[in-house]
Design a protein around this ligand. Sequence first.
Ligand code: 5AD
Ligand code: SF4
Length: 480
Amino acid sequence: MSDRETLNIESMDDILTRNEIAINKIRDRLATDPNNEGRQLRVCTQTYGCQMNEHDSEKLTAMLAEMGYIPTAQYDDADLIIFNTCCVRENAELRVFGNLGHIKKIKEKKPDLILAVCGCMMQQPHIVDAIKRQYRHVDLVFGTHNLHNFPELLLSFMDTHKQVVEIWQSEGDIIEGLPADRKFDVKAFVNIMYGCNNFCAYCIVPYTRGRERSRKPEDVLAEIKMLADNGVKEIMLLGQNVNSYGKTFETPYDFADLLRDVNAISGIERIRFMTSHPKDISDKLLETIASCEHVCESLHLPVQAGSNRVLTAMNRHYTREQYLEIIRKARVLMPNIGVTTDIIVGFPGETYEEFLETLDLVKTVGYDSAFTFIYSKRTGTPAADIEDLTTDEEKHRRFDMLLNTVQDIVKEKMKTYANQTVTVLVENFSKHSEALLMGRTPQGITVTFEGDASHIGKLVDIKITKPKHFSLYGEIVAEH
Ligand code: 5AD
Ligand code: SF4
């Protein structure tokens, strides 16, 4: 086994050069390997978790495209399978282990199949130990901090045919200039920062994604200009807590400044961002969202809980009253702003009365949608040591109550759109029917409607003829 646990401080140029060399070697090797009989090799990437992971998978796909791999959705016709994992909740981890077992059977029939696992789960030593001991059929293991090294690691496996494990325990410098050969869709993700310093008591992310570090504004803006030049119309700025962007810069430049500069890039019609932490939302930021033409009036603002005692125990650094005040201010500036959130039920020690405070807050805010979760114990986080006497059955009961409440609110909101006209950026054909297109309102609501490929990438006005439970249906009445 080659078990490399090094963290060499190298210049960015060295890293890029070594990467490029590895990519070229793999491309040449695959192209001349008689076993491949001139056929294109295929990679199946399965991504778990958040947009950050989705974007990391896009970066892997870009590197693999340079090596000559094309994507496939099927395990069965893949030459390489990658699991990009998430460890925010236990059930996502269990699914990964279940799937690794499944791939073992496929590999028995197809021994040349390469299996790689990466992402947040791999930043936890007990997981990597389990893979080394019990999942010997995994060929390549790497973490979130050394994703850029993937070509070298893959080459190392191709050379040795021995399990390669390389995890960096600390984050290192931000690597700029990795292959960016993306398939340019209407929308693109752009990282603006990595890591998180907040240490919410339940959350494993600060331990797996490392300390907060912001990309330089000039790097972010150059990437977005490149995307705009390639026809991208909508940008999703990504970070665990975008509101603390730039805190470590010597020259003051914050997230609101970045939004203003992105707003000025010609060709970008829509700018979204996630995730915001309520403790860091400034008036300047709300005013910037309101005043920048291309910044969508939409705020994903995780509240997590409605009780002040639980919020303190979660280490969230705001009160229910402060949270509601942000929403009030945002709605004064932008009456139509879409507000979405994340909520956890069953945090250790949460009483039924405290849970009812969450339900009450959900009704008070009237969210446009909410991601709801049952608390999942994560070893190593402070909450894992809090006594938890609530039964699973009770947690599920609370979860169902919360979900029903959210769904009732969303259904009522959808009805108010009947006969209204909304502006939608046309993203693609609908997943459900090639005869329909889909796009989103500035608030983030999905709209389906009839149209053809020529509309994709354009802004159109849609008259809503049929509100559905969680989305809208309508017809094009004008093109911009
Ligand atoms: N259990 C349940 N939900 C969690 N989240 C983060 N950690 C946990 C956990 N241990 C949720 C939070 C966060 C979202 C991305 O995942 O709501 O905002
Ligand atoms: Fe986790 Fe809290 Fe950081 Fe979000 S802000 S990633 S919930 S620690």
